[in-house]
Design a protein around this ligand. Structure first.
Ligand SMILES: [Zn+2]
Length: 177
């Protein structure tokens, strides 16, 4: 029987195409997949499953386990696990290719002024009138911004269209609608 290669669950299995190229994949459950793809907040208790799956002989599983452990490295057990893991040079380079290992513990999510998680495609409302430098864009408090984009390497910034212009907006000035 098929099961999640990370946590062993057999519910809602799907193929996760491993970022960044997506050429290789592993079988994961829905819960693991959402958290790997940062569509859901990290649940550290769930990921204690990595203490077993990190020993998988499948290099694809090793790479994903290594990335997830690094995102959880504020947890003592995860930091210990990383110390015990060995990836050869090529595998390590692949594991590091997404930079996921540089982020940790839910700090890698875009959040609005109330701490709610923001995802690409969400709609938000401005909670402050913004000065948009070098443009005539009127970004008044209460303005709705639909279909936002997340700024990939900065969790404090999103992009959205106001008055037909794509601008960068600080997440602390928006509320998810
Ligand atoms: Zn799973």
């Amino acid at each position: 029987m098929m099961s999640c290669e990370l946590c062993g669950s057999s519910e809602n299995l799907t193929q996760y195409a491993i970022a960044p190229e997506g050429a290789k994949s592993i079988t994961v459950c829905e819960k693991c997949c959402k958290q790997i793809e940062k569509k859901e907040e990290l649940d550290a208790n769930h990921w204690t499953c990595l203490k077993d799956s990190m020993w998988s002989e499948n290099p694809n599983v090793q790479v994903v386990a290594w990335r997830m452990l690094n995102r959880l490295k504020n947890e003592t057990w995860a930091a210990d696990a990383i110390d015990m893991m060995y990836l050869d040079e090529d595998l390590l380079a692949w594991a590091q290719a997404t930079n996921d290992h540089l982020e940790s513990d839910g700090n890698d999510m875009h959040r609005d002024c109330n701490g709610a998680i923001l995802l690409a495609g969400d709609s938000v409302t401005l909670i402050k009138s913004l000065d948009v430098k070098g443009s005539s864009v009127q970004a008044k408090i209460g303005t709705a911004v639909r279909n936002i984009k997340l700024v990939h390497d900065n969790t404090e910034q999103i992009e959205g269209k106001i008055d037909g212009q794509q601008i960068v907006i600080l997440t602390k000035y928006v509320k998810k609608s």
